[in-house]
Design a protein around this ligand. Structure first.
Ligand SMILES: *Cc1c(COP(=O)(O)O)cnc(C)c1O
Length: 367
């Protein structure tokens, strides 16, 4: 008779045997605890919605049919987005649970062994993470030391790797700059596959590739409402030719944009001037914050067309910790990439938050 020895209960397969090695080697996207801190680490809009609009939203939410699945086609919301973002009539739209999800949909649709996702370095970390998770090969072409695009290196990499997918953030995160539009056009023309121009920070930049969609059949433009002031809703969009989006729709999970997100986003976009005014305020605060940063000796602030500023200073780790002790959370990018050594990134906050940040920064440097 077979008796299991005490203490040797079978626990099933170990993660080491079952989970793919490239997943085990990843570190999860880290979101630090920000309770009690002035949160200037994640490019959120610091202004809330006006009370009257909140009331309207409360009424809508009270009536929302949350017992039913959402409409997967979301026609009302799409119509609002088209209007608010000037999407060319000839182009289709696909919605995502944040643009992060759209990156994943794109990768899932093209991934097979050996396909390459091409990006630049440093840029948005999700491109690399999602390439890895979906089993694609990731290739990152270094930016120049001043964070401009190295077009020749990109064209060379395109010729060598024949990427199925290229992502360019415009403006780029975490550097904040807009790449040269002519360079981007050359890249789109040379690409054998899709090029996605990720315009997460469009509201603060005033430059876009949406008008180029007609010209380039392999171009898609991605937007999100997150940085505009609705990060909590999780809503992103992809604009482009129907031939592409028709295929990508098969990969999208049908109910990815929930009932409440659809209702609330539609309502807020009806009052698009509210977010637009907030974006204008953020842009003027950005100029002020840049002046104040540059006035601090030893601080190099990089140009920004987004709602954050990347800056470099000595002892970035100590300064980051000092800021945190003084109640301000920024993003420490010092160890994210060799090109970002001694770099921190601060989101543009309200005038009051920015003053507190600058004062905490001065104290952290002196200390
Ligand atoms: C923040 C960010 C996103 C993610 O946006 P979500 O819609 O919130 O998922 C995408 N791309 C870039 C470049 C970003 O900085």
């Amino acid at each position: 008779m077979d008796t299991a020895p005490a203490g040797k209960i079978s626990r099933g397969p170990l993660p080491e045997r079952v989970i793919r090695p490239e997943i085990r080697a990843l570190s999860a996207y880290h979101v630090p605890d920000s309770r009690g801190l002035i949160k200037l680490d994640a490019m959120e809009n610091p202004y809330g919605l006006p009370p009257a609009l909140r009331e309207e939203i409360a009424g809508l939410v009270a009536q929302a049919p949350i017992n039913l699945y959402p409409d997967p086609a979301a026609p009302a919301l799409k119509a609002r987005l088209r209007e608010a973002m000037d999407i060319p009539d000839a182009m289709d739209l696909m919605l995502g649970n944040g643009s992060d999800e759209l990156i994943q949909v794109l990768a899932l649709a093209v991934a097979r062994p050996g396909t390459v996702l091409l990006g630049v370095e440093p840029s948005f970390v999700m491109y690399r993470m999602i390439a890895t998770v979906t089993g694609m090969d990731y290739v990152g072409v270094p930016l120049r030391p001043d964070f401009t695009l190295d077009a020749e290196a990109m064209l060379e990499a395109i010729g060598r790797h024949r990427p199925a997918l290229i992502f360019l953030a415009y403006p780029n995160n975490p550097t904040g700059n807009l790449f040269d539009a002519h360079d981007i056009s050359r890249i789109i023309q040379a690409a054998p596959g899709l090029v996605v121009v990720d315009e997460a920070y469009h509201a603060f930049a005033g430059a876009s590739f949406l008008p180029q969609l007609q010209r380039f059949p392999n171009l898609l433009v991605m937007r999100t409402v997150s940085k505009l002031g609705l990060a909590g809703l999780r809503l992103g969009l992809l604009a482009g030719a129907g031939e592409w989006l028709e295929q990508l729709e098969k990969v999208r999970l049908p109910y990815n944009v929930n009932v409440l997100t659809q209702l609330v986003a539609e309502k807020v976009l009806q009052h698009g001037d509210v977010l637009q005014r907030q974006a204008e305020a953020i842009k003027s605060q950005r100029a002020e914050l840049k002046r104040r940063l540059e006035a601090i000796s030893g601080v190099e602030a990089f140009p920004s067309d987004a709602n954050f500023i990347l800056f470099r200073l000595r002892h970035a780790d100590e300064v980051f910790a000092g800021l945190r002790e003084r109640g301000v959370l920024v993003k420490n990018l010092s160890h994210a990439h060799a090109a970002l050594k001694d770099c921190l990134r601060v989101t543009v906050g309200t005038a009051e938050q920015n003053v507190k940040f600058i004062s905490a920064l001065e104290q952290s440097i002196i200390a």
